[in-house]
Design a binder for this molecule. Structure first.
Ligand code: FAD
Length: 532
């Protein structure tokens, strides 16, 4: 055994010591201890040097505050406790400092009392010896053998299984499923645009209500669309309202998505939004000022960028956070409104954004969705439809709707009914968010999914799905979308130019997914096919 020697170089055959002696070796493990970041002792432009020990680790008091710096905390490997400088840099200490750090950060912010961290005296060390045995050390006693390795293996696997959410296929790992408390599906009601009343009950209620004709209404209950539009002189006043329960635990983000979602109705008609009113329902147990501030900040961020004034609104107290917006805009009454009724036979259908937000957000509630999948969902929901709508209008598109709670199939059926033409959708071409098809294959469904499916009893399916992959694509058509993309109808000769323009503007997922048929007497509004 050689101790205290400096290694000068590694070679293919081993290593060379400082004094030039070569030592042959088949394998050279390079083992180091923890080292401190130099900037802790050196300081940064915006941070003065911190008190550090002679190895460069930040010195902290028992309450984890940096010595002499109230309100500044350090924990884990970067820190050294003034009262316990000898404790090693090990995860067991870092992990147990965590709850104390969290409690003290909250206490410091609220002006409360800080608690002290008391390190454990000793801990079990288990080292894999690489030959089927392990070495165990606790309270000064050492033991080794295969059974120690078996113990280590069991402890390690149990620990790692706590974090093993998804298997290699992206499905929920069964061990994780066993350890997690079974989620009460009734408590997992989706928020966002998946929380709405189905098309059938809505149609039934409106039918019972009866019509009240208004000659100035261009779009309204008798000619339903994403917005209401009222003729006034040579202009149209265009307005809409949208609301949903929070579906994420970040109220600022909920405000952002609510604003994008509400603006989308006017944008889908090619109308520039101008004015907004907000309706926010705050849960009884929340700090109302802070929550309202967070939600409205999110809303304002989106509206300000779109040149829309938030001019007022209304707040209520309710069981959960709900956010809604009414948006108003004006446009010339020149017949260029992009409506649901604007489709012509042969028009191609273009979808600007991939589908799957409903199933992904539902899985996320149960911890069954991978982080990167949800990051993509959020990126999509906060993208807005402004650019896509402007491009569609420039390209002369006259038929459009935004895809939200009723899913692609539901909103496509609305286009079909309004235009009086059957629509043919190519299920094989539907773009999906990462993870959406995996989850649908596993049977994951958003709360509103089955309602969407029921609402479309009359659809015609070219043939039943021939594989689990096809079955998932069929379900994707019914997945409710929150702040989804636009479904555009464009003359066949212009579809390539539209797709090119959308993709050049960074809307890379824009995809042709179908066409409007010519048979106005077709029994079904929707024909779902597998390829064209
Ligand atoms: C190979 C290995 C095996 C180990 N095995 C064990 C073991 O079996 N048992 C045990 O108890 N301990 C073990 N440890 C020690 C244990 O991992 C550490 O003590 C523990 O991770 C320290 O936790 P920490 O949160 O302080 O630091 P870390 O876990 O190192 O976390 C620090 C985080 O800060 C990030 N970061 C660094 N600089 C910046 C910056 N400038 N800006 C933003 N982020 C930054 C890093 O990316 C990192 O994510 C092991 C360590 C190693 C390296």
């Amino acid at each position: 055994m050689r101790l205290g020697e400096r290694v000068a170089a590694l070679t293919a055959d081993g290593l060379v010591l400082d004094d030039g002696r070569a030592i042959a070796a088949d394998l050279v493990p390079w083992v180091t201890g923890a080292a401190a970041h130099p900037w802790l002792a050196r300081g940064l432009p915006e941070l003065p040097p911190l008190p550090c020990d002679d190895r460069g680790f930040v010195q902290i008091d028992d309450d984890l505050q940096v010595m002499g710096c109230p309100g500044l905390f350090a924990a884990g490997d970067c820190a050294v406790l003034r009262s316990w400088p000898q404790i090693p840099k090990a995860g067991v200490f870092a992990v147990r400092e965590g709850p104390v750090l969290w409690a003290n950060l909250q206490a410091a912010a609220a002006g409360g009392r800080l608690e002290n961290y008391q390190p454990q005296r000793d801990f079990l060390t288990l080292l894999n010896l690489g030959d089927g045995r392990a070495l165990g050390l606790r309270n000064g006693f050492a033991l080794s053998g295969a059974w120690v390795m078996a113990l280590k293996d069991r402890i390690d696997r149990r620990f790692m299984a706590r974090f093993q959410v998804l298997d290699s296929e992206g499905g929920t790992d069964t061990d994780y499923g066993r350890q997690m408390p079974v989620m009460d599906e009734s408590a997992m009601v989706c928020g966002g645009c998946a929380a709405k009343v189905g098309q059938d009950p809505l149609a039934g209620a409106l039918q019972r209500l009866g019509a009240r004709p208004d000659p100035d209404l261009v779009l309204g209950l008798e000619r339903p669309d994403d917005v209401a539009a009222l003729r006034r002189g040579g202009e149209l006043l265009v307005t809409s309202i949208d609301a949903f329960p929070a579906f994420l635990d970040d109220p600022w983000l909920v405000g952002q998505v609510a604003a994008h979602n509400a603006l989308s109705d006017l944008l889908a008609k090619g109308v520039a939004p101008r004015l907004a009113l907000a309706l926010v329902s705050v849960p009884e147990d929340a700090d109302p000022e802070e929550l309202l501030f967070q939600v409205l900040s999110g809303i304002r961020g989106v509206l300000d960028a779109a040149g829309v004034s938030l001019a007022g609104g209304h707040s209520t107290v309710g069981p959960r956070l709900e956010v809604g917006l009414s948006i108003t805009g004006f446009c010339p009454d020149d017949g260029r409104l992009m409506t649901k009724a604007g489709l012509q036979p042969g028009d191609r259908l273009v979808l600007t954004r991939p589908l799957g937000t409903g199933v992904l957000l539902h899985a996320d509630m149960a911890g069954r969705a991978a982080g990167p999948w949800i990051a993509q969902v959020i990126a999509g929901m906060t993208q807005g439809n402004g650019r896509a709508a402007a491009i569609a209008r420039d390209q002369g598109v006259l038929a459009a709707t935004d895809v939200t709670g009723f899913g692609l199939a539901g909103h496509a059926a609305e286009l079909s009914r309004a235009s009086g033409l059957p629509l043919h959708l190519n299920l094989g071409a539907l773009p999906a968010l990462p993870g959406a098809l995996t989850l649908l294959r596993q049977g994951e469904r958003s709360t509103f999914h089955e309602q969407n499916r029921r609402g479309l009893r009359g659809i015609e399916l070219a043939r039943p799905p021939a594989s689990p992959e096809e079955a998932a694509l069929l379900e994707l058509a019914f997945d409710p979308q929150t702040a989804g993309g636009l479904l555009l109808g464009v003359p066949a000769g212009q579809v390539d130019a539209l797709i090119r323009a959308l993709r050049q503007a960074g809307i890379g997922d824009a995809t042709p997914i179908g066409y409007a048929g010519a048979d106005r007497s077709a029994r079904s509004p929707l024909h779902l096919e597998w390829e064209f």
